[in-house]
Every structure is written in structure tokens, then in C-alpha cells.
Design a protein around this ligand. Sequence first.
Ligand code: NAG
Ligand code: NAG
Ligand code: NAG
Ligand code: NAG
Length: 315
Amino acid sequence: MSALFFITLSIFSSLVPLGFANNVHASNPCRSYCGNITIDYPFALQYGCGHPGFRDLLFCMNDVLMFHISSGSYRVLEIDYAYQSVTLHEPHLSTCDTLVLGRKGNGFAVEQWRSPYFNPTADNVFMLIGCSAQSSLFQGFPGKHLPCRNVSGMGCEEYYGCQAWSLAGRGQMGSMFGSGPPECCAVAFEAIKAINLSKLGCEGYSSAYSLAPLRVDGPSEWSYGIRVKYSVQGNEEFCRACEATGGTCGYGSDGIRQLCMCGNMNSTSNCDSATSATSRRRGQGLVTLTGTHFSFIINVFFFNIFINVKGSHGA
Ligand SMILES: *[C@@H]1O[C@H](CO)[C@@H](O)[C@H](O)[C@H]1NC(C)=O
Ligand SMILES: *[C@@H]1O[C@H](CO)[C@@H](O)[C@H](O)[C@H]1NC(C)=O
Ligand SMILES: *[C@@H]1O[C@H](CO)[C@@H](O)[C@H](O)[C@H]1NC(C)=O
Ligand SMILES: *[C@@H]1O[C@H](CO)[C@@H](O)[C@H](O)[C@H]1NC(C)=O
């Protein structure tokens, strides 16, 4: 009798999450989490979800979200959907505590097809360290102007004050006042379009960003990392219309064309477009109804057996 009760209970409890999971799946099959970071449009972890410009970009490993582009892999610290930015970090990025030399750092460069979608923010400073005198950065030096400058109030003059420099035993004073190129050159991404350490002939790099309008005191207070602005290139309408009609934005197997996923079918516009709307509603209703009915029938069935067994015992 009690065994039967547990069978009933276990069947019932195994059916409830099934129905629940189905409903969640229908509402948004693409949204997910990695650690405590929400992954939503235009980003996605699965192929076919999100915007095609963001495909094969994010990977979740042991709750650590990784961002993969041609210059390398970065850890994602944050995705800010309101300001459309991502904050990245990597172990070979120099900070105020350590200089990482030996050309180990990723820098920052994206594939050409992806470049319209990503740009380090205008208030992100890249500080290139130990670049050779032959570097394209210093072409024409000392006659011409160097591209090196402060970005958003952050630059090498202040960065030299970090303990990392004395720890690394780099005497920057000579370079600052000598005739050679400086030990550190700060640039905005816009000035050179790709931070490629081997191409630029640099030993290392640092990157910091300011969260305007917050003014911080010195380089030990700067936020180290790469802040990247993302954009779907004025193509917001498609996804907005799709989501407004209860769909989820994705793209087709060609990896180019955007799709609106509407429950049981995909639409090339949105879920209210003629044919998709009816089949979606009918389909969804059917699934929910079947699930509920099924669990109800099973439970009535077992409950009846349960009552019968109990009854026969009592008699
Ligand atoms: C996520 O977790 C990390 C540490 O585990 C924490 O530093 C960070 O602030 C968290 N982010 C959010 C958005 O909660
Ligand atoms: C809809 O598109 C997604 C993403 O390309 C795909 O995974 C899914 O199988 C498609 N569904 C249908 C019903 O074609
Ligand atoms: C960086 O520059 C080197 C040498 O010019 C080149 O071989 C490499 O492909 C570049 N890396 C990226 C990510 O563009
Ligand atoms: C950058 O800022 C520092 C500190 O505010 C200042 O001393 C330095 O002259 C500035 N450098 C340039 C190139 O403007």
C-alpha cells in the first residue's frame, strides 16, 4: 500500500517538472546563464540563437564565460545590456600590480566579418609597453607627433607610478626624457584599429577603462580590463518585432539570415505573420493540454488503485 503511494508520488513528481520545463523551453529556448552572468540576445551559447554577428563567440566552461575572437580568449566579467557593453579580462593583461612582458598578451583584434559589431569603448585606454623603436607606432619619431596620448584622463605618465614598474625593474625615467621612444604608449583603439602585439612590436600591454562620470584617483584605482561596445548595426527592429509577438530571436543554418523562433516553427519576420501565428498557438496549446491531461489521467488511475487496495485491506 505504501509502496503504491510512493509510485504514485514519484510518477506525479516526475511529470510536474517535465511540464514545467516544456513551458520554460517554449517561452525562451535561447536565454541562459553562465555562473551569474545572464546570456541574452544578441549573445547566445547555442548555435542558431542570438544575432548571427555574435555566433561562435561565447563559451561557458565551469561557470566561467569566455569570449573568443581572433586575438584570443578572454574572460567575460560583465555584460551590460543597458549600455551595450562587455567587460573582458585576460591573465596576460598588465595591471598596476604586474607587468606581463614577453608578448604573451592577446591585445585586441576581431575578425573582419565581426568587426562591425565590436569596438572597444572610446574611454578605454590601451597602454602598449616596451615597443621597439622600429614599431609602426613610432614611425617618423622624433620628427612627427606620436600617437601616444591620454585617454579619458588615463595615460602612461600616471601608469608609470604603479608598483608593477618598479617590481619589473623597468627604468622608465630614461625613456621619458631621453631621445628614444617611450617605454609605454597609451592609445585609444580608434587610433590603430587593432592591438596586435607582434605586429606593433610590443612586449606587453595594459588596458583600463573609466566608468564615467566617476573620476578615480590614480592608476591603482583604475579598472583594468577591456571594455567593448557591441552593436547589432541598426538591425534592432527585427528582433524587437519578433520578441513583441512572443518569439525568440535567432538565425538560420546559413549563419547569416535572422529567424524568429515561434514555438514549433520559425518565421522570417515575426510570430504574428499569417501562417506562423495559427500553427504556433494551436501547437503550444496542444502540448500544454496533453501534458496536463496525461498527468491528471495517470494520477486518477493510480489514486483509484490506491483507494481500491486500501478498501480491500480494510474489508
Ligand atoms: C558575479 O560573481 C562574482 C564573483 O563570483 C562577483 O564578483 C560579481 O559581482 C557577480 N556579478 C553579478 C552581476 O552579480
Ligand atoms: C528553427 O531555427 C533554429 C535555429 O536555427 C533551429 O535550431 C530549429 O531546429 C528550427 N526549428 C524549426 C521547426 O525549423
Ligand atoms: C597579428 O600580427 C601578426 C603579424 O603581422 C599576424 O600574423 C597575426 O595574424 C595578427 N593577429 C591577429 C589576431 O590579427
Ligand atoms: C596625461 O595626464 C597626465 C596627468 O594628468 C599629465 O601629467 C600629462 O601631461 C598628460 N599627457 C598628455 C600627453 O596629455
